[in-house]
Design a protein around this ligand. Structure first.
Ligand code: SF4
Length: 262
């Protein structure tokens, strides 16, 4: 039986995730100030959020299981803080705006990318360019879901100039926000899009070609890694492998997997 999610739950989960990420980064003691997590994770009391009609979150008996209150408001609160963030001086001075994340605040599935590109920087939404169109097709035409059923975000919330790869320090700076988003959403599944997302989330260095196609664990969340849609656009044959990965994900999620799909 599920219980309502409270601000204290967010704090505990985010604190655990923060400690794990610090340990994965090789830190052996806590940095100061020690209350950095609580500066990011809001404690909010918000109106209940209606679950997605097409992709309900684990609940099968709404009358017995109260809908957790607060995720949408908690995410909105963090989004405000992200919008004012200047931890990465270069990114903060060159971005048009931050790109926080979008989708269902109670999503079962989070797609995790690398960083905003030019289109995302302009529009303030993740995955809205050509690669975003392909991701939307994967979600809607491939998986039979709505884009709004899932949650989409990136390792970074600001566009690196010239679309360069995120620097390790930038990924570390932004990790707290990712941890907070995951602590609030509590997804069952994360699909890492590309090696940068996979390596940063998991603390891995294994090539994406060897990480893909099977489930990995991240703090109890099932993680499936696949190629980034932008890579698929540059290398169309990779579409077949991405579809194989997505079918593995769909089967584990209990979604109907078609016999054959392009
Ligand atoms: S990338 Fe993240 S940590 Fe860096 S300035 Fe943007 S929001 Fe802040």
């Amino acid at each position: 039986m599920s219980v309502p999610v409270t601000g204290a739950d967010y704090l505990v989960r985010a604190a655990v995730q923060k400690l794990e990420s610090l340990r994965a980064a090789g830190m052996t003691h806590l940095p100061k100030p020690p209350a950095v997590v609580s500066s990011v994770i809001p404690v909010v009391q918000a109106a209940p959020v209606a679950p997605s009609e097409t992709m309900p979150k684990k609940s099968s008996a709404p009358s017995e299981k109260p809908i957790p209150s607060g995720p949408a408001a908690a995410l909105a609160e963090i989004q405000k803080r992200v919008a004012a963030c200047t931890r990465c001086a270069e990114l903060a001075s060159t971005r048009t705006q931050t790109v926080f994340g979008a989708g269902n605040p109670q999503a079962r599935l989070v797609f995790l990318g690398e960083a905003p590109g030019a289109d995302e920087d302009r529009q303030g939404e993740p995955f809205v360019g050509r690669a975003g169109k392909l991701l939307t097709d994967i979600i809607e035409k491939g998986m039979g879901l709505k884009r709004s059923d899932v949650y989409i975000c990136n390792i970074l919330r600001c566009r690196p100039p010239g679309n360069r790869n995120p620097l390790p320090v930038e990924a570390a700076n932004c990790r707290e926000y990712l941890d907070a988003q995951l602590a609030i959403i509590q997804p069952e599944f994360i699909c890492c899009l590309g090696s940068i997302a996979a390596h940063n989330l998991l603390g891995e260095t294994t090539p994406i070609g060897k990480l893909r196609g099977r489930f990995l664990d991240y703090q109890g969340i099932k993680v499936l890694c696949t190629y980034h849609p932008a890579y698929v656009l540059r290398n169309p044959p990779a579409k077949k492998q991405v579809w194989e990965d997505i079918q593995i994900l769909m089967a584990e999620m209990g979604l109907e997997v078609p016999n054959k799909k392009g």
